[in-house]
Design a protein around this ligand. Structure first.
Ligand SMILES: NC(=O)c1ccc[n+]([C@@H]2O[C@H](COP(=O)([O-])OP(=O)(O)OC[C@H]3O[C@@H](n4cnc5c(N)ncnc54)[C@H](OP(=O)(O)O)[C@@H]3O)[C@@H](O)[C@H]2O)c1
Length: 271
């Protein structure tokens, strides 16, 4: 991929999206990075800030229009914005589940629907969906997060097939743990009288550790993602971050009975 491509990256205010926006900008691309809340006092950015709430049709349309008016094209859409949560299936409200899907799944669909007509007209482009190893490996106490990432797997696989004839590449990035604020910021259900409380507390401790020093860094992961986007690969799935490839290989080849037992053990869910 030549320099000077126009990128629109959702969720660029922090974490993976921010590191990726900085990385691709440093490689000479024209980058628009979104947040719901860029402020006037934002310190100097290496890319153009654009306001976008992926749960809001009008906001997504306006952001895409803003980039098109400025650049006349969008070459690469990176659907990175996402949220997480922690709680058992039984105790997580349907509204909480719907809210999460609205960002992590419908938010991605919304951005794709807003950008795709323009990419189709120009006859080229790349759509990058940031999924997760959680899209292949469900873990306890993150049911709707995993479901949203399983949904992204299906959506992206469908899209890859639909867009082959239009010259538009579709890439699915599957990160393992990356040291960001996503888990710390997410709502946690730790009710005192919950029958799941002990297991939840142990899960929470493991998860916090996994997202800490042992996790990969957004900077390292974003270099890898930028390399994948700049390459001419048309392969659908790209595991990134420490251990991602190994986790997915184990999921593929181990029987459910063994694999799920290992996952439960590693999150210390067993009593
Ligand atoms: N960190 C990990 O271990 C990990 C592992 C696998 C996959 N992932 C995936 O990687 C992506 C980025 O995660 P991260 O860890 O970098 O998270 P993060 O640090 O919490 O950043 C999330 C970004 O999403 C944006 N966002 C959230 N809700 C939004 C909405 N409704 N509309 C627009 N933007 C919204 C936030 O922007 P504002 O709040 O400023 O609007 C922020 O820039 C997510 O899709 C996540 O599922 C992360």
């Amino acid at each position: 991929m030549k320099h000077g491509k126009v990128f629109l990256i959702t969720g660029a205010s922090r974490g993976i999206g921010r590191a990726l926006a900085d990385e691709v900008a440093s490689r000479g691309h024209i980058v628009y990075g979104s947040s719901r809340s860029w402020s006037e006092s934002e310190p100097a950015l290496t890319f153009h800030p654009v306001r976008m709430d992926v749960t809001d049709d009008a906001s997504v349309r306006a952001a895409v229009q803003e980039v098109l008016e400025a650049e006349q094209r969008i070459d690469v859409l990176v659907n990175n914005a996402g949220v997480s949560h922690c709680g058992p299936v039984e105790e997580t409200s349907l509204d909480a589940g719907r809210d999460l899907m609205e960002t992590n799944y419908f938010g991605v669909v919304r951005a794709i629907q807003a950008v795709l007509p323009h990419m189709r007209k120009q006859g080229f482009g790349t759509i990058v969906n940031v999924g997760s190893v959680g899209g292949k490996i469900a873990i306890p106490f993150q049911p709707h997060y995993c479901a949203s990432k399983f949904a992204i797997e299906g959506l992206t696989e469908t899209l890859w097939q639909e867009l082959q004839g239009f010259g538009i590449r579709v890439l699915l990035i599957e990160p393992a743990d990356v040291r960001t604020e996503i888990y710390g910021r997410s709502p946690h259900l730790l009710e005192k009288d919950s029958p799941y409380l002990d297991a939840l507390v142990r899960f929470h401790a493991v998860k916090k550790k996994d997202m800490g020093d042992s996790a990969d860094t957004p900077d390292r992961v974003s270099v890898r993602i930028a390399d994948i986007i700049e390459s001419d690969t048309n392969a659908l799935r790209h595991p990134v971050a420490r251990m991602a490839g190994l986790f997915l290989l184990a999921r593929k080849f181990l029987p459910d009975s063994i694999f799920l037992w290992v996952v439960r053990r590693s999150f210390r869910v067993d009593r």
